[in-house]
Write a protein that binds this ligand. Sequence first.
Ligand code: ADP
Length: 622
Amino acid sequence: MDSWTTRLLMVTRLLIFGCAVLLFSSISRASEPKRVIVLHSYGQNFKPWGEYAKALRQELEGRSQWALDVQDFSVITARSEDERAEVEFSNYLRALFSHQAPDLIVAFGAPAGAFVQRQRAQLFPNAPVVLSAIDERRVQDAALTKNDAVVAVRQDVPVLFGNILRLLPETKTIAVVIGNSPNERFWIAEMKRKLEPLSDRVQFLFLNDLSFEDVLKRAASLPPHSAIWWNQPQVDAVGAVHDGERALKELYAVADAPIFSYDDSFLRGEIVGGPMTSVADGARATANVALRILAGEIPGDIKTPVLQYGPPKYDWRQLQRWGISETLLPPGSQIYFRESTIWQKYGWQIALASLIILVQSALIGRLLFVQRQRQYAESQARQRTADLARANRFSMAGELTTLIAHEINQPLAAILTNAETLELVLRSSGPEMDEAREIVADIRRDNERASEVIRRLRSLLKKTPFELNSLNLNDIVREATEFLSALAAARGVTLTSLISPIALPIKGDKTQLQQVIVNLVTNAMDAMSDLPAGKRRLTISTRRADNLGEVSMADTGPGIPPEKAKDVFEPFFTTKPQGMGMGLSIARTIIEAHQGQILAESETTGGAVFRIRLPLVLSNSE
Ligand code: ADP
């Protein structure tokens, strides 16, 4: 191989090697994560900046096409502007990233922003920087390089405080709760300047020279018509730092005045609200810039307009608490935490429950209506039965007339005879007074007998409403039997009554029960009418059967065939030429109205037995 060929080969090898190295390094760089430094003002948890940093991280995680290595550092030195420490901190960062500068630095808040701008020349001058969550007044424009981008906000002090006076025009005092760090002192001066025009209307109390403990005491004793401006005192007058949410919660617990603030990271239940900067908007705008820078754009070329307040935001609960009408809010305001009404919360459950109640009510209404109709029908039926029973009694009365005439005639004839005898006795010269007295006693007795017959007849025929009274079943049977004994004699029937010696207490309607007995007795007499006189026998007996009182009437008539035992109680069932067929049907209705039972059987010896069973009213011991 000649020397030319050897050289050519070497050059080719070198070229291939060089290309391979380049290719390899670019592949390895592309797969490396992008390193992002996040610089926090004072500490990671200081509001509002900490909230912006968290939101940015979420935005980047969701939207970045590269793997990211986000590293957080807190610019603690800014709490006191300790320059020596600041330089050491800057050196520390440089040392950490000495082998390779970060791909992006994001500084949140003015204190972190100021640190970056001061250290820019030493701190990775070629690394891109984004200053975020910073008021435009806090950016040192002259110190910005082509590697710096800014996502600034504008806090408009007159607008912020004007909101308080719009909602609460009576306000006389506004206590400004703010710390005393260098950054905060900037804002105190700025606020005092901007609020000067309002000073004749409102007294502003800047509480920056108090410890937070004293701030709380002061807030607890503000005069009427006061409001509080919350500018989270990050480092208070005694150097205590207040990050997170505790300080605001403590203030809220003691303060008797509405609290206002400037960023929606504070809108968590303590502040009333108004125009304010938005964490979500700020984080989104910062993420947009960060991603463009990571994609290769020159930071200085990315111009983001200063973020303005969006629509004012209010906490409904605080509006309620301080009696602020929604009509006072600027148009387009957004109201948060509105407590939904019971309807909004449980709308469908209430609707369902109402529907169920409605359906139930309708059903209950219907049931009550049906019940009332039934009761009415029952009372009508009872009335009809009573009327029918009375009609039936009158029909029986015809039959009884002969008997009654006979019954009454007897005492009347006796009275007449006695009266004539008395007349004779009185006419005689020496009246026998003892005899006369006896005759008068006889007259009275006969007279009472006649009256009794009439009374019983009347009681049987009288129209009375159905009425339950405490009765002894034995008494009813006894009375009815006495009444019927004359009829039995007239019709040649031997009437025997076997009354139980045990009382049979029941609840019943005397007239109706007696009617049933009279009915059964007359039926029995009818049934025996074909028998020779000596064979007509009717036995009425009472007894106690468990909890029932029973009356049975056994005759010696033809009896009732078993298949007819039920039919005889049906209305209009009769085997008599002149019969109505209503007697037993009415009897059954009456007995059933007494919760009792009426049965018809035939004796084995022939003849019919009718049994009435009524529930006894027993005391517990019986
Ligand atoms: P009525 O007496 O008008 O016929 P009831 O309803 O009182 O109406 O009686 C119905 C029928 O029952 C009678 O016609 C008779 O056939 C039968 N009956 C009632 N009591 C007896 C009895 N003790 N022995 C035989 N049959 C009887």
